[in-house]
Design a protein around this ligand. Structure first.
Ligand code: PHE
Length: 452
């Protein structure tokens, strides 16, 4: 008997889940720090263009393929809809590589998310008058602390995914996403009222256009856009497969992109002014040369906590809220990463959901622990391998599938579900040739640039 597939119960359920996947450490940590290190507003400008012109079409490719196939990425790409039978094994390979990439991303993501939790608890330990515990919580060299919080985070991720699409992913995304947005707004208002914030806003919002063609900036912005929209690993394909047939995919995809880009932008309004507020309080934010900013982990885990420290008791609350925000953002993304292998195990390998979620979660945890134990050698390596190489290349493959290897009629019919007039829409006039020629070409060009 076929296992009944889960589905999002409503439009808003899908939007919050997909936006929850997209909005994560990539937005609140990656985007602002990338912006700060790439000349401020110039990076924002390039990022916005790339997100809408390259990442959005690739997102649509995943959503359309997913909902049409109503299955996980491996089954979708190696199934009937791939019109060239010889390409089906290739589809299988792309799907499996996506799963492995999702597992690897989650293995480093879980470590970073664990740090967020420990930094969230640290102010509480201080308030409770336990300075020793507070010290341990922020001790980056403590393997015990790193392992403990990674385990804690993975347990939460596994718990939600066992619940399935409606009672796990949708339920928790609709609870956590509004909380995240509310917290973000409160923190921005608070930081904006502090001395030094104005200088940060200036840096963030006034572009230095001379940097716009800098190849490094372009490559960073593309990688950031693909990571942020959760592309290439099959996450959006799987979430797309849980959308009901009467929903308009074009509208949903656009909403998710707007929310993701919007929240990244808003997070910049928090983190960059906060850095300058810290500077106004005497905290060092630039390296020795006085021009280059400190590295991103230093910014989040040293500069910001130092800023919170200068604020006395209020700082404890603000610090706790900030890292709580980070932890929520990470959780709604990590569940989408875990759903990729779990959907494959349940549907294609016919395994029990609960058992496979626990087994895959444990496997990922094991990989995380190996990374923690060989941190210097593996942490940066896994991040580069997955986000700089695998994600753009897999994203390119999805575009090739949608543009060249799938039946065009299948794709059109799918877009028409929930959007009967699709054939005459602007989307259908542009997207098919765009995803066929321009997207693969541009992604390949950027990729070549980043490798050479
Ligand atoms: N988009 C998430 C973030 O910005 C990360 C992610 C990547 C999630 C790939 C799922 C798949 O943090």
């Amino acid at each position: 008997m076929a296992v009944a597939r889960g589905e999002f119960s409503s439009k808003i359920g899908f939007i919050l889940a997909a936006a929850g996947s997209a909005v994560g450490l990539g937005n609140i940590w990656g985007f602002p720090t990338n912006t700060a290190m790439n000349g401020g507003a110039a990076f924002v400008f390039v990022y916005l263009i790339l997100a809408f012109c390259l990442a959005y079409p690739a997102l649509m490719a995943e959503l359309i393929i997913g909902r049409h196939a109503k299955s996980n990425a491996v089954a979708a790409l190696s199934g009937e809809s791939t019109k060239v039978p010889a390409a089906r094994p290739f589809g299988f390979l792309v799907g499996i590589t996506g799963i492995i990439t999702a597992i690897l991303i989650l293995s480093f993501y879980g470590i970073v998310a664990g740090w967020m939790i420990s930094y969230m608890i640290e102010p509480i330990a201080k308030m409770a008058g336990a300075p020793k515990a507070a010290e341990w919580l922020t001790d980056t060299s403590s393997t015990a602390r790193n392992v403990f919080f990674t385990v804690l985070f993975m347990v939460a991720t596994v718990y939600i995914i066992i619940g399935g699409v409606k009672n796990g992913i949708e339920k928790w995304s609709t609870r956590l996403m509004p909380l995240l947005i509310g917290l973000l707004v409160v923190l921005i208002i608070y930081v904006a009222m502090q001395d030094g914030a104005a200088q940060g806003f200036k840096k963030y919002l006034l572009p230095d256009f001379s940097r716009v063609t800098d190849p490094e900036l372009l490559v960073d912005a593309l990688g950031q856009a693909f990571f942020s929209l959760s592309l290439g690993v099959g996450t959006m394909l799987v979430y797309g497969s849980y959308i009901q047939r009467n929903e308009n995919l074009v509208k949903l995809g656009t909403m998710v992109t707007l929310i993701d880009v919007g929240i990244a932008f808003i997070a910049g309004l928090l983190v960059i002014p906060a850095m300058y507020v810290a500077q106004a309080q005497g905290v060092q934010i630039f390296a020795e040369d006085g021009v280059t900013l400190l590295k991103e982990d230093t910014l989040i885990f040293q500069v910001l906590p130092q800023l919170f420290n200068t604020m006395g008791a209020t700082g404890l609350v603000v610090g706790c809220a900030f890292f709580f925000l980070m932890s929520i953002a990470a959780l709604t993304s990590s569940i989408s990463l875990l759903e990729v292998p779990v959907a494959y195990a349940v549907e294609s390998l016919k395994q029990d959901r609960k058992k496979s979620t626990i087994a895959i979660g444990s496997l990922i945890l094991a990989v995380s622990i190996v990374i923690i134990l060989n941190f210097g050698m593996l942490f940066g390596f896994v991040i580069t391998l997955t986000t700089k190489y695998a994600q753009p290349l897999l994203g390119l493959c999805f575009c090739v599938f949608a543009g060249w290897l799938w039946h065009r009629n299948d794709i059109l019919n799918e877009v028409k579900e929930g959007h009967p007039d699709a054939e005459n829409s602007l989307f259908w006039k542009i997207w098919p040739w765009y995803v066929k020629f321009l997207c693969p070409l541009f992604i390949a060009a950027f990729f070549a640039k980043s490798v050479i």
